[in-house]
Design a binder for this molecule. Structure first.
Ligand code: SF4
Length: 123
């Protein structure tokens, strides 16, 4: 339900289900939106209904399934602030961190620096 004067954010994913790590994405987006002063009251995550069949005539009703994640992500501001603080600490260092490559480089996505980091390991 959307109340007048407040906003609902809908994060649309190119996926057929809600993945656990989407909640972290949503927590960050809610944090940023609320810090920017948006009167955000609800957050939903939408994904494709993989059983949906286009009926024609420009009717896309039912293509997306919305999941209300408001309760799951609105209370995570402190956690997001800790992530930001950690990222700022890393970004402020003069030398890049030495964490090494591993499974974290591919889960949940392939990192864009894989080629670079693996070249360091080979050097
Ligand atoms: S490839 Fe990405 S995740 Fe893996 S060590 Fe390098 S920067 Fe970190």
């Amino acid at each position: 339900m959307v109340v007048a004067g407040v906003l609902q954010m809908v994060d649309v994913k190119a996926s057929g289900s809600v993945k656990d790590y989407y909640q972290d994405d949503c927590a960050v987006q809610v944090y940023v939106a609320r810090k920017a002063g948006l009167p955000l009251a609800e957050l939903a995550l939408a994904h494709l209904d993989t059983k949906w069949v286009y009926p024609g005539g420009g009717d896309y009703k039912g293509l997306l399934v919305e999941n209300d994640l408001t309760k799951d992500v609105f209370g995570r501001a402190k956690e997001v602030e800790e992530w930001i603080a950690t990222a700022r600490t890393v970004a402020s260092k003069r030398k890049e961190p030495e964490s090494g490559t591993g499974s974290h480089c591919h889960d949940p996505y392939d990192c864009g620096f894989v080629g670079y980091c693996e070249s360091l390991r080979e050097a």
